[in-house]
Structure formats: structure tokens, C-alpha cells
Design a protein around this ligand. Structure first.
Ligand code: NAD
Length: 330
């Protein structure tokens, strides 16, 4: 029998890719989001434009559904997360609490929740050269932002609904997922997309100086979207219900990331370091448990993933620059 799945946040970056993957895998897919995907049509069998902060909408979205992939969230890159605490905590708690309760009442069997590396405590991420984060490092809790606190509390919600009601919950902690068809401008974009945009613009207008927030020595690991989707699908089918990291474990500085993007673009850049939110000083994923539980870990190199992402973003920037030149010729 065909599995009927709901992807919340199906109008967003990971959700829209995931809906396509689940369709290809033979599921019947309902998407729910306040907006349709921005950059290409949705592959969902049914797409409901719904605000999932509302109980009625959560009940409608989860009706007749076997499995939920809960990805809807009010979120963005560091610039957004570090400056919208109340909004993020309120919106995401409303979405997650009501989607979970509605799924339980509608008899959903499996439920995957998209948590984040932002749950990890600030005190373990104060140096650039940090020890990779293991799942158990989340406690004692001290996430940097409200975004991370909300993720942590919804992780607990999943655990309690599984224990109390038997719904099979899965909890995945993403570490900086990137790829084409994601937000690349407007304030919610994350570092890889922002750097691709800055480098593409530098290349297209011929001014090779790009701005970097802070000294650029802050470190992260970055995981390409196709690996993220494979990990999500493997975890959903596994019997593992504790939180699990999903990311690459190769740590790079933001300066190094910008150099990789510039190499892909075929230009040399100069960096102008400006004040801006940087998040924690260093962060990396410890993939020991991921390898053990799924017998797999992300495989696509940073260079390969960025090449695919850059190609798409350069196309978007090219279109925008062309438009700017037409509307205000020099
Ligand atoms: P995204 O912003 O592209 O997608 C989130 C989607 O949720 C958006 O389309 C948005 O419209 C939708 N949404 C927001 N408020 C809603 C509401 N009230 N009702 C219905 N839909 C609503 O983000 P993404 O990168 O695709 O992230 C997906 C999930 O993964 C999120 O839960 C995010 O917190 C988590 N995550 C992502 C990353 C990453 O690097 N991309 C890292 C850690 C965790």
C-alpha cells in the first residue's frame, strides 16, 4: 500500500527537496506551508497553503497521513536567528506543539522532527578549533539563541509522545545544510548561499571585494542537500529514536569557505571584514553515532556541493544584475 506522508515546510529549502525525493521513492506526498516553493514548482501530490500555528490547520494537514516529516519553522541564517528571539520561539513552539498533537490524534505512525546543531551549548563552542559535538553534549543545556532552546524542547516533546502514546518519533540534528533552490538573499540566507551570492556579484560586476562578518575565522561544517535527504530517509526507516547528528565532519573557517567559492567562480577575492553576527566561535559534527546507527555518513564533498550550489546562485544573480542594468542604465 502507498505510504501517505506529510512534509511540513514543503515550500522551503529542505522540505521542497524532500517532497521530491519522497515522491520518487513512491510515497503519496502532501506538503503544507504558508508559502509555495519560491524557485520551482512543488512535486507534492497535494500542497496545502496553511499557517501551522493554527490548531485547525495542523489537524487538516495531518488527516489520513501515515508519516510526518516536520520541517516547518520560522528560521534563517545567523543574522535572522540572533535578532528575532520572541518571534522564533513563539512561532516555532506553536507550529511544533500543535503539529505533534494533531499527528497523535490523527493516528500518525511515524514522525521525524528536524532539530538543529543550534541545540548544543554555547560553552562547548567557544574556540575555532573545537572538539566535534556528540549528541550527548546537548546537556547541560545552554543553546546560544531562542531558536536552539525551542528545538531542544521540541526534541523532548517527541520523546514524551513516543513514550506516552507510542508514536514512532525520529529526531535529526542538521548541521548547516546547503544546496540549490534555497534562500540566497533577503536576510534569511545562510553563510554558503550568502557567500555564493557575494562572490557571484563580485565576478559579474568586476569588483572583487566581498564583505565577511567578523574575522572570518569562525568554523563550521557544511552538508550538501542530497546527503541530507539520504540521511533523513535512512533515519525515518531505522528504529533509532534518540537525537542524531546529520552533517559533514570536515570543519572549515568562513574565510576558507569563501576561498573555495571564489575558486569555483574562477576569481580572486579580497575580504573586507565588517561587524556582524557570527554565532558560536566553532562548531563541528561528531559522526560516530551517525555511522553506527545508519551505517552511512554524508559523502558529497564540500567542493562538489558548492560547485552545484554556486552554479545555481550565479544564474540567479546574473538575472538580477541584468534586471538592475535594464531598470537603471548607467
Ligand atoms: P526554510 O526556511 O527554507 O523552510 C522552512 C519552511 O517553513 C518555510 O518554507 C516557511 O514558509 C515554513 N513556515 C514558517 N512558518 C510557518 C507556518 N507558520 N506555517 C507553515 N509553514 C511555515 O528552512 P530549511 O533550511 O528548509 O529548514 C527546514 C527545517 O530544518 C527547519 O525546521 C529548520 O529549523 C531545520 N534546520 C535547517 C538547517 C539548515 O542548515 N538549513 C539547519 C538546522 C535545522
Amino acid at each position: 500500500m502507498t505510504t501517505k506522508v506529510l512534509v511540513t515546510g514543503a515550500g522551503g529549502f529542505i522540505g521542497s527537496h524532500l517532497a521530491s525525493r519522497l515522491k520518487r521513492d513512491g510515497c503519496w506526498v502532501r506538503g503544507a506551508d504558508i508559502k509555495e516553493p519560491e524557485f520551482r514548482p512543488s512535486d507534492c501530490d497535494e500542497f496545502l497553503r496553511l499557517d501551522l500555528r493554527s490548531w485547525e490547520n495542523c489537524a487538516a494537514a495531518t488527516r489520513d497521513i501515515d508519516e510526518v516529516y516536520a520541517l516547518a519553522a520560522d528560521m534563517g541564517g545567523m543574522g535572522f536567528i540572533s535578532s528575532h528571539h520572541s518571534q522564533i520561539l513563539y512561532n516555532n513552539a506553536m507550529i511544533n506543539f500543535q503539529t505533534m498533537e494533531a499527528a497523535h490524534r490523527n493516528g500518525v505512525r511515524r514522525y521525524l522532527y528536524s532539530s538543529s546543531a543550534c541545540v548544543y551549548p554555547e560553552y562547548k563552542q567557544t574556540e575555532t578549533d573545537i572538539v566535534p559535538l556528540k549528541e550527548e553534549d546537548a546537556y547541560p543545556a545552554q543553546p546560544q539563541d531562542a531558536y536552539g532552546w525551542e528545538k531542544l524542547i521540541t526534541e523532548r516533546l517527541c520523546t514524551h509522545y513516543r513514550e506516552d502514546y507510542g508514536i514512532e518519533t525520529r529526531i535529526v540534528r542538521f548541521h548547516n545544510i546547503f544546496g540549490p533552490y534555497g534562500t540566497w538573499e533577503g536576510g534569511r540566507e545562510k553563510a554558503p548561499a550568502a557567500l555564493c551570492r557575494k562572490v557571484a556579484r563580485a565576478k559579474l560586476i568586476g569588483n572583487h571585494e566581498i564583505e565577511i562578518w567578523g574575522d572570518g575565522e569562525q568554523t563550521r561544517s557544511f552538508c550538501y542537500i542530497d546527503d541530507c535527504l539520504t540521511g533523513i530517509c535512512k533515519l525515518m526507516r531505522s528504529d533509532y529514536h534518540e537525537p542524531l547528528n546529520l552533517g559533514q565532519d570536515r570543519m572549515v573557517t568562513i574565510n576558507e569557505l569563501s576561498d573555495i567559492v571564489a575558486d569555483i567562480a574562477g576569481i580572486r577575492i579580497s575580504r573586507k571584514h565588517v561587524a556582524g553576527p557570527q554565532g558560536v566561535r566553532g562548531r563541528n559534527s561528531d559522526n560516530t553515532r551517525l555511522r553506527k546507527v545508519l551505517g552511512w555518513e554524508p559523502e558529497i564533498s564540500l567542493e562538489e556541493g558548492l560547485a552545484r550550489t554556486y552554479a545555481w546562485i550565479e544564474q540567479q544573480v546574473r538575472e538580477k544584475v541584468r534586471h538592475e542594468r535594464v531598470s537603471s542604465p548607467a
